[in-house]
Design a protein around this ligand. Structure first.
Ligand code: XMP
Length: 329
């Protein structure tokens, strides 16, 4: 609508005024809607003085890196460097089982890589970048630092989300947060005007620590990550095929660090259990578990056990938030 176009023009003007005519700006793309729309907006405002980085931390979903890089390059023409840091992250995560510790390690590692990116860029362009783009939304602002008397709980004391305030303090970068007054649906509307592909804008949110909080326990154990990727892909593809993707806020699989006994072929097996989680929500603060038809669940469970080696049992999470959180860790 005209209103979002006005907001876009206004934001572009603010970004240009803020950055001036020869400063450079950096941005970490996560592959999510928010950072993508924020970067696209800044790119429209200042062109190739924006420099983006996408980090493969080894905790991404099936073919995620290829999929998002294609969107960045082919559809959005964003100047983006892809850094493969999988080994670096997974080495640091070896033996770590505490969810908050995982988040801290991932956040810290990410900052190191981002620092390196900024340094390499400085060498290349001959000056320090001065600004950092973040895709912070209005709910991120209130969830991380609730206005006094708002009655909201400080959820960052429950889980340390690294979207807000988690970047290097000694980097001396000033922040550009062009989405900080918008809600998710408004960001999607803005993205549409900026020609971000519709399918991309409708993607479910994905946590910064990625599959690390969906493999319970040590993420480097066995081939947990690979199993989870395959299971998750079958689940998501089935949801898309059934036309349900847009009615769901988030859907994903969780790898459980337990084995159960099964019988596959003529063999008794002692293999992994995976859980399926799908929820509806307005903003992620509360959520209801999503009701699938039995036939759908039956098909998905069969596809998973037949198609993914090492899995012999599929369970579904039927708790809402509260009392559960959306993620399992
Ligand atoms: P929970 O699990 O707290 O999740 O109900 C609420 C929303 O936040 C996402 N989430 C995260 N996002 N870093 C993120 O960037 C995190 O550490 C993190 N933990 C949870 C979750 O996927 C859901 O959308």
């Amino acid at each position: 609508g005209w209103k979002m176009e006005d907001i876009m023009e206004e934001e572009i003007k603010v970004i240009r005024d803020t950055v001036g005519s020869d400063e450079h700006v950096i941005c970490a793309l996560s592959g999510g809607v928010d950072s993508t729309v924020a970067a696209t907006l800044v790119h429209k405002a200042i062109g190739d003085r924006l420099h983006c980085v996408f980090v493969d931390n080894g905790l991404l979903r099936y073919k995620e890196r290829e999929r998002v890089m294609e969107t960045f390059e082919k559809d959005l023409h964003l100047p983006v460097v892809c850094v493969d840091a999988s080994n670096q992250f997974l080495t640091k995560l070896k033996g770590v089982t505490d969810p908050e510790m995982k988040r801290k390690i991932i956040g810290k590692e990410f900052i190191c890589i981002f620092d390196d990116f900024a340094l390499a860029l400085e060498k290349k362009i001959g000056k320090k970048p001065s600004y950092l783009v973040q895709g912070t939304l209005y709910p991120d602002v209130i969830e991380s630092c609730p206005p006094p008397g708002s009655g909201r709980t400080h959820s960052h004391t429950i889980k340390s989300h690294h979207n807000v305030g988690g970047l290097p303090k000694d980097m001396k970068l000033k922040l550009i947060e062009p989405l900080k007054l918008l809600f998710k649906d408004e960001v999607r509307e803005l993205g549409k005007i900026l020609h971000v592909p519709e399918a991309f804008l409708k993607r479910h949110p994905f946590p910064g620590p990625g599959l690390a909080v969906r493999v319970l326990g040590d993420v480097t154990e066995g081939n947990a990550l690979e199993i989870l990727r395959q299971v998750d892909e079958i689940f998501i593809q089935s949801i898309k095929d059934a036309g349900l993707y847009d009615s769901i806020w988030q859907a994903f699989a969780v790898f459980l660090p337990v084995r159960s006994v099964g019988v596959q072929g003529d063999q008794r097996t002692h293999s992994h259990v995976v859980a399926l989680r799908a929820v509806t929500s307005q903003d992620g603060m509360t959520a209801d578990w999503y009701y699938f038809e039995h036939k759908f669940l039956d098909d998905v469970a069969r596809k998973i056990c037949n198609g993914v080696r090492g899995v012999n049992r599929v369970v579904q999470d039927i708790t809402s938030k509260p009392p559960s959180t959306i993620e399992w860790e």
